[in-house]
Ligand binder design. Structure first.
Ligand code: UFG
Length: 338
């Protein structure tokens, strides 16, 4: 089976490629490298001892895509390519709607015309906004509070329509907090700028600064700091492969929307304590005001994906932070050689 991965040079994309190759899929990557890293693809090729086919092309460049899809006889698609910074999405909504929605419409239209009918979509817990209750299940009200989340909801709505009208088969995966790095230490998280809690703190420790800033300590939680559901990037990667296999191999497969979290919540201070334990470094913790748009608690129910696709996560919060520490302590400048 030949799979096209958009945004395959990104954080979750590159980890998923390893899982795909390990599961016998042949992978073709397209990425415009606006935030992805060619070094990630090169590292995966070396690790798998297999050249990953990669094209520097935007997923909306349909003329070029036609040739790629024919040449590699593509049977299924995982669509990661998207802008994903919540703050930036509020400052520049046009950029987000153009890339995440308008271009995805063109891309989906092209897939439909090409008869490619197996599609896995990167969605986000951001579609829920501030939930009425936790853990959040897939029937919870969708009420995104930022532009990024609205763009993910817009594509989910289109997929729902395409499923009903054309029998288009898709799975939309709503990620909670992706974190950690591949066990080999060859690939990991390298966002520029980095805004996420775990990589930010670990980068500070790796740089010898040992600094952490906590956004808000007056939330209605056990220690006043916000609670999130962290899932190892390799568990996420495995869930993409599971979804694709289900769509392709199960003749009775149905399209669906699934949460991807572990149903375990950790506060910001819980994460910082675990980080101190794993790195052996005492953190200088500074408390700042709440970050705009941050819900107090986001914890996934993952019952649906467990029951319907047989998904089980393998990694604990300790595994997440240790694997990320392994990556950051050995790659002080991310993919730029140190
Ligand atoms: N935080 C800090 N200090 C930091 C960075 C983050 O206290 O230096 C806090 C945040 O305020 C938040 C928690 O740590 O309470 C987690 O923040 P992250 O930035 O790591 O992750 P988010 O929960 O904000 O973001 C995740 C995904 C987004 C998605 C969002 C949905 O990464 O893609 O959930 O709510 F949109």
């Amino acid at each position: 089976m030949n799979i096209l991965v958009t945004g395959g040079a990104g954080y979750i994309g590159s980890h998923t490629i390893i899982s795909l190759v390990d599961n016998g899929f042949s992978v073709t990557v397209i990425d415009n490298f606006c935030s992805g890293h060619i070094e990630a693809i090169n590292a995966v090729s070396k690790y798998e001892n297999k050249k990953i086919k990669v094209y520097n092309v935007d997923f909306s460049d349909i003329n070029v895509l036609e040739g790629i899809v024919k040449k590699h006889d593509i049977n299924g698609v995982i669509h990661f390519a998207a802008h994903s910074l919540v703050g930036e999405s509020m400052d520049d909504p046009l950029k987000y709607y153009k890339n995440n929605v308008a271009k995805t419409i063109l891309f989906l239209e092209f897939l439909k015309k090409s008869g490619i009918n197996h599609f896995v979509f990167s969605s986000s817990a951001a579609v829920y906004g501030i939930p009425d209750k936790n853990p959040i299940d897939e029937t919870s009200r969708l009420n995104p509070i930022n532009v990024y989340g609205s763009t993910k909801q817009a594509v989910e709505n289109l997929l729902d329509g395409m499923g009903r009208a054309y029998g288009f088969k898709y799975i939309s995966l709503r990620y909670f907090n992706a974190a950690g790095a591949h066990k080999s230490g060859i690939i990991g998280e390298d966002h520029r700028p980095e805004t996420h809690l775990i990589p930010k703190v670990l980068k500070s420790v790796a740089a010898g600064k040992n600094k952490a800033v906590v956004f808000g300590n007056d939330y209605p939680t056990h220690d006043g700091t916000a609670i999130r559901d962290y899932i190892h990037v390799d568990d996420l990667a495995g869930a993409h492969v599971l979804s694709l296999k289900y769509l392709i191999e199960d003749k009775k497969s149905k399209s669906g929307v699934y949460n991807l979290g572990c149903e375990k919540g950790y506060s910001v201070l819980d994460i910082l304590r675990k980080t101190e334990e794993i790195t052996g470094k005492k953190l200088k913790i500074e408390f700042a005001g709440r970050r705009e748009g941050d819900p107090a608690i986001l914890v996934a129910s993952y019952e649906k994906i467990k029951k319907e696709l047989g998904f089980e996560f393998k990694y604990s919060i300790g595994d997440i932070i240790s694997s990320a520490w392994n990556w950051h302590s050995n790659h002080l400048n991310g993919y730029i050689a140190t």
